[in-house]
Design a protein around this ligand. Structure first.
Ligand SMILES: Nc1ncnc2c1ncn2[C@@H]1O[C@H](COP(=O)(O)OP(=O)(O)OP(=O)(O)O)[C@@H](O)[C@H]1O
Ligand SMILES: [Mg+2]
Length: 228
């Protein structure tokens, strides 16, 4: 179980999160929707351990999670994959985080092979990642993060730079993560794209949550600030 209890956060003036409370099951696929400025990105960054909470608690599997715990358990995927790629080939990018962890080179190679197969990147293994399509680049970012063994994937508007083929590539990667039992949060202004995979929808309004439930129930509510 992943629980956020009464989370407050401020960038300076006023509060971007005002008493946000939510509990989701591990392995759930949660869509985060709401108007511009409602606090979606802030919430994802807090879960990723990238922003300090002003007050409130995050509890994972019954234990209070520190920022350091969150940085280990969660990974944050930027909407622009090219800002998150570090290797000069696909293989190098996959190896980068593992090298930092000090894994032996045979172990790194095994991991790379697994990720290439799992995320269907074998054909581009020697390619320069910066010439890949947006969809393949997004998959590479997800694959590289996957190798660091996070439990929770946080994606911030992952389709905003993708064409239709790219969206298909992304969905393929997310399907894989879901099958592996990872918990997923996707902030999006295009929730429809994910309805086939999502297990719940979280609607945010002015720094708080005003709906959490299934897709059917969400659609019945007809929120004016979300296009479906
Ligand atoms: N770096 C920042 N400094 C100051 N205020 C910020 C900063 N980032 C966000 N905010 C403010 O915090 C509030 C929540 O913003 P946030 O980016 O989390 O919303 P969002 O739901 O992700 O919006 P969008 O749909 O446009 O991405 C807004 O009022 C925003 O102006
Ligand atoms: Mg945002």
């Amino acid at each position: 179980m992943i629980e956020l209890r009464n989370i407050h956060f401020s960038y300076g003036d006023g509060f971007a999160l005002k008493g946000f409370t939510l509990a989701v099951e591990k392995g759930s696929f949660n869509l985060l929707v709401g108007a511009n400025g409602s606090g979606k990105t802030t919430l994802l960054k807090i879960l990723a351990g990238l922003l300090p909470i002003r007050s409130g608690t995050i509890i994972i599997d019954g234990r209070i999670a520190t920022d350091a715990d969150l940085r280990e358990l969660c990974c944050y995927v930027l909407h622009n994959p090219f800002e998150q790629i570090v290797g000069s080939t696909v293989e190098e990018d996959l190896a980068f985080g593992l090298e930092n962890l000090g894994l032996r080179s045979e172990e790194i190679q095994e991991n790379i092979e697994t990720a290439l197969k799992m995320f269907q990147l074998s054909e581009v293994r020697h390619a320069n990642p910066f010439v890949l399509s947006g969809g393949l680049a997004q998959k590479l970012v997800i694959a590289s993060l996957y190798l660091l063994k996070p439990e929770i994937f946080l994606l911030d508007e992952p389709t905003s730079m993708l064409d239709d083929t790219g969206v298909e590539e992304l969905l393929q990667a997310l399907r894989e993560l879901k099958q592996l039992g990872k918990t997923i949060f996707v902030s999006t202004h295009e929730p429809k794209i994910f309805f086939g995979l999502a297990t719940s929808v979280i609607h945010m309004s002015d720094g708080t949550i005003d709906f959490y439930g299934g897709i059917h129930e969400f659609l019945e509510r007809r929120f004016e600030d979300v296009e479906c």
